[in-house]
Write a protein that binds this ligand. Structure first.
Ligand code: ATP
Length: 228
């Protein structure tokens, strides 16, 4: 495959604590994500999935190693520069949706686009299209508290891709949903990632859902191991 490299982690190390509480979590993570590929990260609890996603998403710094987003090495950048790259290139979906409760579904999806400077009408048009794609167009005017868990998570997914990021990172995006809802939300996420041609790294405990993705990796002894 010779698609463009969207995200590259090389020799990434991260620990928590010091002295007696020193806890090495990532011990040399190498991972390459190309545009258009979906990758599942399936690893036991506590092995460092969230830590890895936070470092890949420029929310945390590694102790060692490089994070390269779309050809730009991010370690030496200022916080402002990292924030700009995160806003432009990376969409994040969390286990809990983190939607703004006082805004409608449509407004939540418009928000990152407005922050990026898009005109309101354009942002609304794209938000509507994404809601339709997620089959919740009829819920556009509803606030998060008026939506089911699955609907909320689909809004969160639409919001994460609203700015057409290069990379989508998701941390247990369906972990909070019942199995049936998790199935269709995950499928919608996977289809949207594929349709948008972005590089997706999705942490999940669900092996059945992971099987939908192009590749599957795990973390063993602080390093990435390719499962398929
Ligand atoms: N701020 C912190 N201080 C100390 N230890 C931490 C901190 N954050 C995470 N850890 C520890 O680091 C390890 C990895 O945490 P992380 O959240 O990355 O794992 P995970 O694989 O995402 O787990 P889960 O599947 O349960 O969400 C865990 O043992 C956790 O307790």
């Amino acid at each position: 495959m010779n698609a463009r490299v969207a995200l590259q982690l090389s020799g990434v190390e991260r620990h928590y604590g010091e002295g007696d509480t020193f806890l090495p979590i990532l011990k040399g993570v190498d991972l390459t994500l190309r545009s258009g590929e979906t990758v599942a990260l399936v690893a036991p609890s506590g092995t460092g999935k969230s830590t890895l996603l936070h470092i890949a998403g420029l929310l945390e710094h590694p102790d060692e190693g490089d994070v390269v987003v779309n050809g730009v090495a991010c370690n030496g950048l200022s916080d402002d520069q990292r924030t700009a790259i995160r806003r432009n290139e990376i969409g994040f979906v969390y286990q809990f949706h983190h939607l703004l409760p006082e805004f409608s579904a449509l407004e939540n999806i418009m928000m990152p686009q407005l922050i990026a400077g898009l005109p309101k009408a354009e942002a609304a048009k794209r938000a509507e299209a994404l809601l339709d794609y997620m089959r919740i167009g009829h819920r556009a005017a509803h606030r998060p508290g008026e939506l089911s868990g699955g609907e909320q998570q689909r809004v969160a997914i639409a919001r994460a891709v609203a700015n057409a990021p290069l990379i989508l990172l998701a941390d247990e995006p369906t972990g909070n949903l019942d199995p049936e809802t998790a199935g269709y939300v995950f499928e919608a996420l996977e289809a949207l990632a594929r349709q948008s041609g972005l590089a997706a790294l999705i942490a999940t405990h669900n092996h059945e859902l992971a099987a939908l993705m192009d590749r599957c990796v795990t973390i063993e002894d602080g390093k990435i191991v390719e499962l398929r």
